[in-house]
Design a protein around this ligand. Structure first.
Ligand SMILES: NC(=O)c1ccc[n+]([C@@H]2O[C@H](COP(=O)([O-])OP(=O)(O)OC[C@H]3O[C@@H](n4cnc5c(N)ncnc54)[C@H](OP(=O)(O)O)[C@@H]3O)[C@@H](O)[C@H]2O)c1
Length: 321
């Protein structure tokens, strides 16, 4: 391929992960563009944060593919597409399975990528740990994926669609992504900030003792994506990768709260452990979807930060505390 700057398109650039990714890409030698969906224009605060050369922004509806032709005309074929767009709230998926499927299975995007005749852009697609059933610890990529809710089913359907219809992809099964708020704040509540907020009020609060995840710090997920982009450029070959993307620690919600309390000096007795089955959340949540990340470490040479260090970075707490 020629010396032209590689084009990277972030689909869902207005979401939590998408914004963090765009911020890192801003300092890299790529020609970056992104898509947004629900607003009429891309958020001014996001574009402002990406000065002096804000990426081009395009409105896109993944359900219909409306907007893709305009991107092709203005940008030409991208070298890499990172798909961060989704209905990412499990409860929202449960309430409208048809919309969840139509959005989360990127059929229009894959069709568009397949239409470029010269080469197949790399598609980096965000999936989830919720494709796993949740009945054992430290799932590996080759374990059976048996999702228990609509969100997980839609994400697994997306994985199958991509791997059966496209030849150059990396699918990232991410655990809970935590970290600092994005530059244009997302409306959903962020896990560490939420725990910090409720514990700071000094009231007792219940946390699940029997739901286990491997939360991953947002900058580590961004690092994974950047390494995949580099790998695809340096190898110059198509890839077919499926990777668990989690942090190194398997933690319950109680342990997550305890980490925040220890770091911020809150009273540990405010944390009341309860079984997850005691609360109806309107969606089934898998119990233990902790993941084995040895393939991630081996393929990309990455060492995600510990949960405790990630929480400190998130809450901007220095080591001496
Ligand atoms: N955050 C986590 O803890 C976590 C954990 C595991 C996996 N994941 C996965 O990682 C990815 C990124 O998550 P996130 O937290 O950044 O998600 P998010 O904050 O909910 O952002 C979702 C993005 O999707 C876009 N979008 C929604 N519907 C669309 C449509 N019909 N057409 C085009 N774009 C559409 C939104 O655009 P507008 O905002 O402009 O409408 C937004 O940019 C998702 O695939 C998610 O499932 C996330």
């Amino acid at each position: 391929m020629s010396e032209e700057r590689r084009k990277v398109l972030v689909v869902g650039g207005t979401g939590y992960l998408g914004q963090h990714l765009l911020q890192e890409l801003a300092g890299k030698p790529y020609d970056v563009a992104f898509t947004y969906h629900s607003a009429t224009n891309a958020p001014a605060s996001l574009l402002q944060a990406l000065l002096p050369s804000p990426p081009r922004a395009f409105r896109l509806d993944l359900q219909t593919g409306e907007g893709l032709d305009l991107i092709a005309d203005a940008l030409g074929p991208p070298h890499v597409v990172v798909n961060c767009a989704a209905i990412s709230a499990p409860r929202a998926c449960e309430m409208d399975p048809a919309v969840a499927m139509a959005t989360n299975v990127p059929s229009s995007l894959v069709k568009w990528l397949s239409s470029f005749s010269d080469f197949k852009p790399l598609l980096i697609h965000l999936s989830t740990d919720q494709v796993y059933e949740g009945v054992k610890s430290f799932y590996k990529e080759e374990d059976d994926a048996i999702p228990v809710n609509v969100y997980g089913k839609s994400k697994l359907a997306a994985e199958l669609f991509i791997s059966s219809n496209y030849s150059n992809y990396a699918i990232l099964r991410s655990s809970i992504i935590y970290g600092q708020q994005s530059v244009s704040p997302v409306k959903k509540s962020l896990p560490i900030q939420w725990i910090d907020g409720v514990l700071s009020e000094g009231k007792e609060i219940e946390f699940f003792q029997d739901e286990f995840r491997c939360p991953v710090y947002v900058k580590d997920v961004v690092d994974v994506i950047l390494r995949l982009i580099k790998k695809s450029i340096s190898d110059g070959e198509d890839m077919q990768l499926l990777l668990n993307v989690g942090g190194p620690d398997r933690v319950s919600r109680v342990q997550m709260a305890e980490a925040v309390a220890a770091i911020k000096g809150y009273d540990m007795s405010l944390i009341k452990p309860v079984p997850a089955a005691s609360v109806n959340r309107g969606v089934i949540s898998p119990s233990d979807i902790s993941m084995d990340i040895s393939r991630l470490v081996e393929v990309l040479g990455i060492a995600p930060v510990s949960f405790r260090d990630g929480v400190k970075l998130t809450l901007d707490v220095k080591d001496h505390i």
